[in-house]
Write a protein that binds this ligand. Structure first.
Ligand code: ZN
Length: 140
């Protein structure tokens, strides 16, 4: 991964074969970024994404192992147990330009992924919400 800081944004180029969530998480840890938001475009070769079922309080995921365009990746970084935690959703298209997407767990870059990361000065933490079954942002 390569990075360049400009204005209030950091441009990340995540290269072929690199794990996206891990790369962003490690970058934020290294740079001391606790809160941020980001977006990205590019392509991936493997993907695990899905949706959250509130009644079951669990995610349902599907694995993909094929070249996919990353049409729109959007996410945030918040602190969880004191460390940067990446929450990312994405819309992807296949070789027929058909779109799908969801909550992303893991994906590996195919060709390249271009991310614009904007650090925030806040120190928001995620805390487990037992009703929802997820760690939600604690805002007040
Ligand atoms: Zn999500």
């Amino acid at each position: 991964m390569h990075s360049l800081k400009t204005d209030n944004t950091i441009i990340l180029r995540i290269d072929k074969g690199e794990d996206v969530v891990k790369s962003i998480t490690e970058f934020c840890k290294k740079e001391g970024i606790g809160n941020a938001h980001f977006n990205g475009i590019g392509a991936v070769e493997t993907l695990t994404c899905g949706y959250y079922n509130l009644e079951e309080k669990q995610y349902h995921f599907t694995d993909y192992a094929e070249p996919l365009e990353v049409v729109s990746l959007t996410g945030n970084v918040m602190l969880r147990d004191g460390s940067p935690f990446v929450h990312v959703h994405g819309v992807f298209t296949d070789t027929e330009n058909k779109a799908f997407g969801g909550h992303v767990v893991e994906m590996r870059v195919h060709v390249v992924l271009e991310v614009m990361l904007t650090p925030l000065s806040s120190k928001i933490e995620r805390h487990m919400d037992d009703c929802i079954g997820l760690a939600l942002m604690k805002l007040d």
